[in-house]
Design a protein around this ligand. Structure first.
Ligand code: PLP
Length: 438
């Protein structure tokens, strides 16, 4: 029948992908591996349903179980993030940021955020760059002054920038902390009294570090003065793809309306169930997991630095998050190194780093490689394995050696999901719903 060939092919490719994952060292800083229970939720009938709106105030009938699940997710989210208000409906981190912009800004307002080479995300980008803040919400984006040696926002410089913008009659409406290249906690505490005294709202985009925040291993933005915390639920927080917003009761009505109807109609109910399960896992195992993640990141950074790699953030001990960033321009550039490592089944991503734009490098072959250790930590790896990984990267990148067999051997020793209530299968096992026909 027409279509059947492609149908079979897609099913085969899915299986191939799972095999590839089970032989690789996954080091993409924005990814993770979910538990069997999260996979169960995401594969459930909830993927076919409509709810729209808030639990108890739905637009659609048939939500009696869905409502209970969403309320559990909300309650657990509040506990994990220290929030009075949590919304699990944003279908992505981008959607969560758009909802925060909708609630706290008007088009034409000025905001301050990190430039992309300094760690900013496309959602805070200027209009010229097609960034969500500029091109979608119509915000005028100014960039934080950044100290590349500290690998952090310059707090004094930020105060000066706000004063300058005030003189120009365009006082920022919101200051957006957070980023995609994110090694050290941002100076929220240092700036929050000043920003509040100026009537400037504080947003914190915790997409990357949400699992570390929840596990008590990173700054707690809402306790340091942020008005709203947004994030993704699938990076260091090991849940299904999605977004979340956390804030205070006083902002709850406008934030709720900014999500529905402004930025989602139906939300992804199977992912809400997955979020509830991932949050429960974080309540139970999050402290231990987040501590292991930050320990491993530091160990990997030290392993790379001791082998001669130029690891960013040296002055402050390389990292306090799940990320390690090293210079790759010496080895042909981030794009080249990313490809070379992928051939050895080590999956990392290229990244713009401070100084790249000045040096004429761009995102296709930028100056850096960013790695994250959250996923290998969830597979149970520890400090010794971080040193092994540093050695593999060194041998592949600097010596040009083949390490694929050794990579697969290491991976085969770490093949179940840890920090979960139940783990009965291999981490990347392809679970077939379709029974073989015979
Ligand atoms: C990943 C990321 C996002 C967007 O999240 P998605 O879930 O991919 O939509 C937003 N902000 C930052 C800082 C990110 O790194």
């Amino acid at each position: 029948m027409e279509g059947e060939e492609e149908y079979r092919r897609v099913l085969r490719l899915l299986e191939e992908h799972h095999k590839f994952m089970s032989r690789s060292i996954p080091l993409i800083a924005s990814e993770n591996v979910v538990s069997e229970a999260v996979r169960e939720a995401v594969a459930s009938d909830l993927m076919s349903r409509y709810a729209e709106g808030w639990p108890g105030e739905r637009v659609y009938a048939g939500c009696k179980y869905i409502d209970q699940i969403e309320l559990i997710a909300i309650e657990l989210g509040k506990k994990l993030l220290g929030a009075e208000h949590v919304d699990v409906r944003p279908i992505a981190g981008v959607t969560a940021n758009l909802a925060a912009y909708t609630a706290f800004t008007e088009p034409g307002d000025t905001v301050i955020s990190l430039a992309i080479p300094n760690g900013g995300h496309i959602t805070y980008g200027k209009k010229e760059l097609g960034g969500t803040a500029g091109a979608v919400r119509g915000l005028v984006v100014e960039n934080f002054p950044f100290n590349a040696e500290e690998m952090n926002i310059d707090a004094d410089g930020t105060r000066k920038l706000v004063e300058k913008l005030k003189k120009e009659g365009r006082k920022p409406r919101v200051v957006i902390f957070g980023g995609s290249l994110f090694l050290f906690p941002h100076p929220v505490k240092e700036l929050s009294d000043y920003l509040k005294s100026e009537g400037i709202s504080i947003m914190y985009d915790g997409a990357h570090v949400l699992g570390l925040i929840a596990g008590g291993q990173f700054q707690r933005p809402l306790e340091e003065g942020a008005d709203v915390l947004t994030g993704s639920t699938h990076k260091t927080l090991p849940g299904p793809q999605g977004g979340v917003i956390a804030s205070f009761e006083k902002y709850s009505e406008r934030l709720k309306a900014a999500v529905f109807p402004s930025n989602v109609s139906n939300h992804h109910l199977h992912h809400v169930a997955g979020k509830a399960i991932a949050f429960a896992e974080m309540i139970a195992f999050g402290k231990e997991y987040a501590a292991a993640v930050t320990r491993n990141a530091k160990a990997l950074a030290e392993g790379l630095a001791s082998r001669g790699f130029k690891v960013l953030g040296e002055k402050n001990g390389y990292t306090k998050s799940h990320q390690v960033v090293f210079e790759a321009w010496q080895y042909g550039g981030g794009g080249v190194v990313e490809k070379l490592l992928e051939e050895q089944n080590i999956i990392v991503n290229r990244n713009l780093i401070p100084g790249d734009i000045k040096a004429g490098r761009h995102f296709k072959n930028p100056g850096g490689i960013r790695v994250g250790v959250q996923e290998v930590t969830r597979l149970g790896m520890g400090k010794d394995e971080m040193d092994e990984i540093a050695e593999f990267i060194y041998r592949a990148v600097v010596k040009g050696e083949q390490v694929k067999d050794k990579v697969e051997e290491l991976r085969s020793r770490f093949d179940t999901v840890k920090y979960a209530f139940e783990s009965t299968r291999k981490a990347y096992e392809f679970i077939k719903i379709i029974q073989p026909q015979s």
